[in-house]
Design a protein around this ligand. Structure first.
Ligand code: SAH
Ligand code: SF4
Length: 381
């Protein structure tokens, strides 16, 4: 039952000979009230409840582990079968509760600085598996945090867990629609964010099918460097990505794109590179890009040994942010949360049966000198 948006559930119910309003009632029981037992859905006809019990189920994902950080962050590892597990993270703040959700077991993009990318790709999650993360977290947290009836635990969802959401498009869109639906989680489009490494054709489709807030993982101001850090750049280079961002904004619920930028010591964190970024987003970059209204979110790199990369020093991140800010681009530095439970960005590893041999591929990557230290000596990884 978690596999459907409301239209999908209505079609399913129609197949059982039921009217659409029954699907709406069912959808509300499942997503608004967190019911898993058809018998408890008291305003549905007994005959329908019995019918559903015979053919359908609300199937939660088994929780393999739960870890709670001193700062209130909670991380769940969900077992998705076949030796695969994915992670979700709840991040409470004063004025909101954000859930970071996974879209795939592993990821095929293979970014150099990402622990999920180093694990390779196993499989896409289904809509039901994407929504089960939100369903579980919302209803579990309402009890755990002793919320008043009608109060929501999760006010924002970010598709920033494991996987590239736009490479699992057909499962993603119904999940997003259930998040937005007033009979579902009722989240506004501005409070649901899809983060992508830049799957250009799917950005265009998302704009048509289900425009929500968009974050684009940029990480480099030039194609040469981005090719190395985010291999998908070879397919969709920066000029195309910038053009797709501009097109997306025509229908987006926010009037800016959030560019995520993971700060890697000596690789992408120089003042010159910040100036190149300004040129890129202001429409003076290579490839004749046009201006993209945007904000930058600088993410201190969360290191893991196999990456061979280091986190930029705090002062470097500040200085880099200042160049962007002085250049007229609103820039924030992401607070690191849940560090003590490995719940910070890019640390979500889950367990994945790597079908793509990513680890071997990464080992074979040529060691590249991608930047120089401030004293001019080359920095290798
Ligand atoms: N695949 C999507 C969404 C998941 S990754 C994407 O790449 O956008 C979510 C964010 O975490 C991305 O911006 C990604 O670049 C960032 N990230 C990945 N590994 C990281 C690490 N080790 N340290 C900091 N941020 C990281
Ligand atoms: Fe995949 Fe995103 Fe990690 Fe890149 S950063 S490997 S796209 S999850």
């Amino acid at each position: 039952m978690l596999d459907f948006d409301l239209d999908g559930l209505a079609a399913y119910c129609e197949g059982l000979g039921e009217k659409r309003f029954r699907a709406t009632q069912l959808f509300r029981w499942i997503h608004q009230k967190g019911a898993a037992d058809f018998g408890a859905m008291t305003d549905l006809a007994k005959s329908l409840r019995d019918k559903l019990a015979g053919v359908a189920e609300v199937r939660p994902l088994p929780v393999a582990t739960e870890q709670a950080s001193a700062d209130g962050t909670i991380k769940w590892l969900f077992d998705v079968g076949g030796g695969n597990a994915v992670e979700s993270v709840f991040i409470p703040e004063d004025d909101r509760g954000t859930l970071c959700i996974s879209s795939q077991a592993g990821c095929a993009v293979g970014c150099r600085f990402c622990s999920t990318g180093h694990q390779g790709f196993s499989r896409n999650l289904t809509t039901g598996e994407i929504l089960a993360q939100l369903w579980y977290a919302e209803h579990h947290l309402r009890q755990r945090l002793k919320l008043a009836p009608g109060e929501r635990a999760i006010t924002n969802v970010v598709m920033m867990g494991m996987g590239e959401p736009l490479q699992n498009y057909s499962a993603l869109v119904p999940a997003l629609k259930a998040m937005l639906d007033d009979h579902g989680y009722g989240l506004s489009r501005r409070r649901v964010t899809v983060s992508t490494s830049g799957v250009v054709p799917m950005m265009d489709r998302l704009r048509e099918d289900c425009p929500v807030a968009l974050a684009v993982s940029l990480h480099a101001p030039t194609d040469a460097l981005r090719d190395d850090l985010v291999p998908l750049n070879k397919k969709y280079p920066l000029a195309e990505l910038m053009a797709a961002c501009r097109r997306y904004l025509e229908a987006a619920p926010r009037d800016f794109i959030t560019f995520e930028y993971c700060m890697l010591d000596g690789v992408n964190d120089s003042d010159d590179q910040a100036r190149q970024l300004l040129a890129l987003v202001n429409g003076r970059g290579a490839g004749g890009t046009e201006r993209v209204p945007c904000k930058f979110n600088l993410i201190p790199f969360n290191p893991f040994p196999e990456s061979g990369l280091l986190r930029s020093p705090r002062e470097r991140v500040m200085a880099f942010g200042k160049v962007l800010q002085d250049g007229g681009v609103v820039t924030t530095i992401r607070k690191t949360r849940g560090d003590d439970i490995d719940a910070a960005c890019g640390q979500l590893a889950g367990e994945v049966q790597d079908r793509t041999r990513a680890a071997q591929r990464m080992k074979r990557l040529p060691i590249q000198v991608v930047a120089a230290r401030p004293d001019g000596t080359p920095k290798t990884h």
